[in-house]
Design a protein around this ligand. Sequence first.
Ligand SMILES: C[S@@+](CC[C@H](N)C(=O)[O-])C[C@H]1O[C@@H](n2cnc3c(N)ncnc32)[C@H](O)[C@@H]1O
Length: 333
Amino acid sequence: MAPDPTSLIELATAYWGSATLIAAVRLKVPTALSAAPRTAAEVAAAIGADPVATDALLAGLVALRLAVKVDAERFANAPSADAFLVEGRPGYLGPALLYNGDVYPLWARLDTVVRTGHVDSAPDAYLGDDAQRTRNFVYGMHHRALGVGRAVAACIDLAGRRRLADIGGGPGTYASLLTEKTPGLTAFVLDLPGVVAIAREIVASLGASDRVTCTPFDYYADALPGRFDAALISGVLHREQPDGVRAIFAKVAAATEPGAVLYISDVMLDDDRAGPLFATMFALNMRVLAHDGRCHSVAEQRAWLGEVGFEVTEVRRLPAPIHYTVIRAEKRT
Ligand SMILES: C[S@@+](CC[C@H](N)C(=O)[O-])C[C@H]1O[C@@H](n2cnc3c(N)ncnc32)[C@H](O)[C@@H]1O
């Protein structure tokens, strides 16, 4: 059979759907539709937008199954939009999706990044330099961890441990969840100063300030602040090339005794580094965003951990929409 170009056309236009979703979230269309079905003109008035263009956006949302038409004129949210795209609902994923919207222009320059090897964005904009982007990013991580991340927390057993170093702990959500389920455990969220300021706010809102301390820390420059019998590195190593990962592992090794446990959770590649699809795309996402962005395989990390005395004792791959693999390693020497 002759090759068929259909999949190429679909791929070349796949971003249309992403852009439609992100525009709807930015404009708070699902929130405007949450109380009762509305016409395009009513939605446009509620969100302060052009009625004709709003009608086109709503048609796109219906075709994408994010909205439904309840009669000839009125639109309502589809169940997934109602659960996850309405501001104020417990499952609200807006900040996490808007983060993808912030990154989206960088993808348009992927060819340049590949040609030059350089990222011309300022990644630190998300990590403290730009207050609003940092807030979007940290709250995005928080909502993600509160929602899908509970499955990651469920893979982490810290029973009997006293001091957890959460390296690049971001919003502190995992540290809060893990100390909640582990009597006697205190956690230290170690992250850049601009992120830590927001983490303190989030940890307080979760009622965890007495068990979770948020400490400014730069894993390039600083040693871990004290001794630990447990460490977590979640969603951090995809910013680093192999030498960067090995340097972080060495810092954990220097601050722990034999018997200490280290959990790593992240998007990870297959050992041949050519799949799964989500991980290969995520690796590119990190490459347009951060100069050293890269995903790693379990085999690579097993070898790097071995160099500093840690042995991998368990590997769990979590399904979509989490896409994380959780490695448990124990310090032997
Ligand atoms: C994707 S977030 C993961 C947050 C959290 N661990 C989680 O899983 O929800 C990566 C975190 O690494 C932090 N980070 C990046 N560079 C860092 C550095 N040099 N030192 C410490 N933390 C850093 C970022 O600020 C961010 O909070």
